[in-house]
Design a protein around this ligand. Structure first.
Ligand code: BTN
Length: 246
């Protein structure tokens, strides 16, 4: 077993920060932390991750030197669970989101800690909107977000969901170790937002600038987005977002 223990905290600042900063005596490799609430939840590019009761705020820590494709791996696990458990057509919004009908259901945040040139630990955080009350979201997030409870008759138990995610992640990591990033990318392509729909990708900067990327073609073996016409999107800057239009 890669993941040895799931620790449940009634409240945490940020489960990612706790695992990233802790000594390995306090939290050994293989620890998973689930918080019912976070007071300083963080997302990509240091954005705030709103973390009211009812959501799943989970981080897990392990050791690997293979850090490529971690966001995709996490998003792939969530999208697969949604499809297999509830038949929900969840999609991956590259690089680290899972969306349902265009609205954000979950986000993944990997952090890598080095000692010299060697990776000491990776921490993978998942924020999954499950059963938070609508009023708990700020108006800005409410417009763009959805929760599992919005799509299901019964709200899943957050602890069960976390255990299910860890099981799925463990199995995916084993497969990933054997087959590598290229295979993960192939398997994830079918989940990519914008691909089946034949949509055109744009990078939008907070300043209002936007850059047309072209029609989405898929993922290359390094988990980068490839567009017709030859554009390749390797990463998104902190003030950038990827959006698709017809
Ligand atoms: C994103 O979409 O920007 C990623 C969001 C990741 C949020 C999770 S919640 C558990 C863990 N702790 C954090 O502070 N962030 C991650």
């Amino acid at each position: 077993m890669l993941f040895r223990e799931l620790i449940i905290l009634e409240e945490a600042t940020s489960t990612n920060e706790l695992l990233f900063r802790a000594s390995l005596q306090e939290y050994p490799l293989g620890t998973a932390l689930l918080a019912r609430v976070q007071t300083k939840g963080r997302g990509r590019a240091q954005r705030v991750w709103e973390s009211a009761p009812g959501g799943m705020y989970l981080s897990v820590m392990w050791e690997t030197q293979d850090v490529q494709g971690l966001s995709l791996l996490g998003a792939h696990c969530i999208a697969t669970m949604c499809r297999e458990q509830w038949g929900l057509p969840a999609q991956i919004r590259w690089p680290n989101d899972v969306v349902l009908q265009g609205k954000k259901l979950a986000g993944v945040l990997p952090q890598v800690k080095f000692v010299g040139a060697v990776v000491e630990r990776v921490v993978l955080g998942v924020g999954w909107n499950v059963g938070q009350a609508e009023q708990s979201f700020s108006s800005e997030i409410l417009e763009q977000a959805t929760t599992l409870s919005h799509h299901l008759a019964e709200i899943p138990d957050v602890e069960d969901l976390a255990r299910g995610f860890l099981e799925r992640l463990e199995a995916e990591l084993e497969f990933f170790g054997q087959t590598g990033c290229e295979e993960l990318c192939k398997r994830s392509e079918g989940y990519l937002e914008g691909l089946e729909e034949g949509l055109v990708g744009w990078v939008r900067h907070e300043s209002g600038d936007k850059r047309r990327l072209g029609r989405l073609k898929g993922l290359n073996s390094a988990a980068e987005l490839v567009f017709e016409g030859g554009e390749v999107l390797q990463h998104l800057g902190p003030q950038e977002r990827l959006r698709f239009e017809s």
